[in-house]
Ligand binder design. Sequence first.
Ligand code: BTN
Length: 296
Amino acid sequence: MKTGMKQHSLITEKATAKAVPDNAYRLVKTDDLTEEACRRAFDTRWIGRYLEIWDSIDSTNKRVRQLGEENADAGALIIAKSQTAGKGRRGRSWEAPADSALLFSLLLRPLCHPERVSMVTLVTALAVSAALDEAVGIQTQIKWPNDIVHDKKKLCGILTEMSMQGEQICYVAVGIGINVTMDQFPEELSDKATSLYLDTGKIFDRSKILALTLKHFEEYYALFEETEDLTRLKDEYESRLAGKDSQVVLIENDEKRCGICRGITDMGALRVEYADGSIEEVISGEVSVRGIYGYI
Ligand code: BTN
């Protein structure tokens, strides 16, 4: 375990006194992301046997990639309280003030064909969405392929990176960033991003959210491994899919196409139905998808 910097978090059942009388909330000072707290909370078979918790690191995904190169076992888990060079999708950066988020990455060594790896991202989204609903008591949705949203704003991002050797997968790094305690976002993000605190007024124990996410991930990933597709996960994914059976706009370069979102295929492509009844199967990463309202 990596240590060096002091850290503590404030765990409170009601983080704000605004809506409740003084005696209705309890403040407990504790560190919710220690190795001890994580080990106590974890209920996994293979994820997290190898664990590093960093007060600060450049990027948990970068660290997992290093471990991947060093032949570490699948399931290695890297957690950070802050990142100095967090990576987002499409080459963007991912920023979160220290201790405001749950930031972690996982090393996988899938045996499937590299073309199927994009589905791991959808499996991860399913696990995060289910874990948040259970731990926090909200109903999150998935904005295809893998953003977790609540009340039309993004709560969590997932970045999957793959390394190949010849035609085979060497390893996959799955990185997850869940917004937990932020009470505001920069102006340019304020209509697109949210946090668990902003949506509930509560601050949650990150080790518990993490533990549930990993547990669900192991379950869903096992189902993915059985068929190497989403046959056994499609129904649950679609029940969480934001904008299902509603209008979506596909944006590809400068071109926009409108259709109705009809769910996903067994391979994780988005099914979009056009006015003439034809169906397009949109592959992850090809296009950007928007609902007609706002971010989702
Ligand atoms: C996105 O752009 O939506 C994906 C964001 C992924 C961010 C997480 S935070 C933990 C892990 N480490 C990184 O550098 N990125 C991912």
